[in-house]
Ligand binder design. Structure first.
Ligand SMILES: Cc1ncc(COP(=O)(O)O)c(C=O)c1O
Length: 388
């Protein structure tokens, strides 16, 4: 029997790095020690108090029944309190917050809630691929917004063609940014709100890295800090990177009531919410956010410095930023993203992500992730030093 897969799967962009994956697998099968700086998945464990809260709540039979697709009120109240204390943004937990299976789920599903076949969605390039793929799955048309170093990797709103802006229904944004590590600003978000109001566009801002920053005086802001932002958009956020909970699958969206309502309407038909015990543990994490965030930042800060210092010593350029678990590195002359990543893999047994894995404007860069214990990171850097 052969059942043809759906066109939407066949139309997925080609996986560019099959060759690199092949080399990694060959090396591993020969028992070689390959160090991966390619993955954006925190190696630091979830704080033990959060795990204990999960264990306690998992034993309560009240939590064994179907949860609500819109989320548990206690979790949504914790999100609302966190947004108030961290960003000074007021949210009504019952109508302006929805729980998600991680922000990735919400980013993909917002397309199903709003995109009709042929509708246009704008997304950053380089960028997290789900903005584009969610749009394609919903039979929408993607329009690339290049992120360029000369603009500090902010979207250049003026360069968006007028007819495209008029047609566009959604604009995806992400600051602090994966993969470039660039920050947004209130000034930039105010301009985005203006642009969205003029062109009747729903802004979907992804703030998954809001709590990984290195200068206390430059904490990342929320899109909802911009004036009238709730009129035009929502923000996705996540417990994944903030509390080292990527495996738990819990995130949320906040902002415009009608958009949250529509997202919930879609979700009630495709999922049945997140295990209440996970939401309750998530609520306890959010309540104590400052303590946990501080611990993470201390660890990431020293790792980042270590990499910056090594790159400076070997004369490799990179984008100096204030946030995220990534370093956006320029490939040296004579290489492109792929050939440089292959060099590091072949000669140093170190995996990095080629920049063009995130879109055509990522060409000329590689992304290094700092989610590795110090000793492994030092070993990886020693190996890289020997090759260059
Ligand atoms: C920019 C960005 N947004 C969203 C996500 C997804 O996070 P979550 O675990 O909340 O689904 C990631 C994961 O790497 C990411 O890099």
């Amino acid at each position: 029997m052969f059942i043809e897969e759906a066109e939407r799967l066949k139309e997925l962009p080609q996986y560019l790095f099959a060759e690199i994956d092949k080399i990694i697998n060959e090396k591993k099968s020969k028992g070689e020690d390959v160090i991966s700086l390619g993955i954006g998945d925190p190696d630091i464990p979830t704080p033990s108090e959060i795990i204990e809260e999960l264990c306690k709540e998992a034993k309560n039979p009240v939590n064994h029944r179907y949860p609500s697709s819109y989320g548990l009120m206690l979790f949504k109240e914790a999100v609302s309190d966190y947004y108030d204390s961290r960003f000074n943004v007021k949210l009504d937990p019952s109508s302006e917050v929805i729980t998600l299976w991680g922000s990735k789920e919400g980013i993909a599903n917002v397309a199903y809630a709003f995109i009709n076949p042929g509708d246009v969605a704008l997304f950053p390039d380089p960028g997290y691929l789900v903005y584009k793929i969610g749009t394609l799955f919903a039979a929408g048309t993607g329009y690339t917004m290049p992120l360029l170093e000369k603009n500090d990797f902010l979207v250049d709103l003026k360069s968006i063609v007028k007819e495209v802006a008029k047609k566009a229904k959604i604009m995806h944004l992400n600051y602090p940014n994966n993969p470039t590590s660039a920050d947004g600003s209130i000034d930039f978000f105010n301009k985005v709100v203006d642009f969205a109001e003029k062109n009747n566009i729903l802004v979907c801002h992804d703030n998954a890295y809001s709590e990984i920053y290195f200068d206390e005086n430059k904490k990342p802001v929320s899109f909802l800090n911009a004036e009238n932002s709730k009129e035009v958009g929502i923000e996705f956020n996540s417990l994944s990177k903030t509390f080292n909970m990527t495996g738990w699958r819990i995130g949320y969206a906040v902002g415009n009531k009608k958009v949250i309502e529509s997202l919930g309407k879609y979700k009630t038909n495709v999922d049945s919410g997140i295990f209440n015990a996970i939401q309750l543990a998530g609520a306890s994490a959010l309540k104590n956010h400052s303590r946990y965030i501080h611990q993470n930042i201390l660890i990431y800060k020293s790792r980042r410095e270590l990499i910056y210092n090594t790159l400076d010593k070997i004369g490799i350029k990179y984008y100096k930023s204030n946030s995220t678990i990534y370093i956006w590195v320029k490939v040296p002359g004579g290489y492109n993203s792929k050939s440089f990543a292959e060099l590091l893999l072949n000669k140093a047994n170190v995996v990095v992500t080629p920049g063009n894995a995130f879109g055509v404007y990522g060409e000329g860069y590689i992304r290094i992730s700092i989610t590795l214990p110090d000793a492994r990171l030092e070993e990886a850097l020693e190996r890289i030093k020997k090759v260059l």
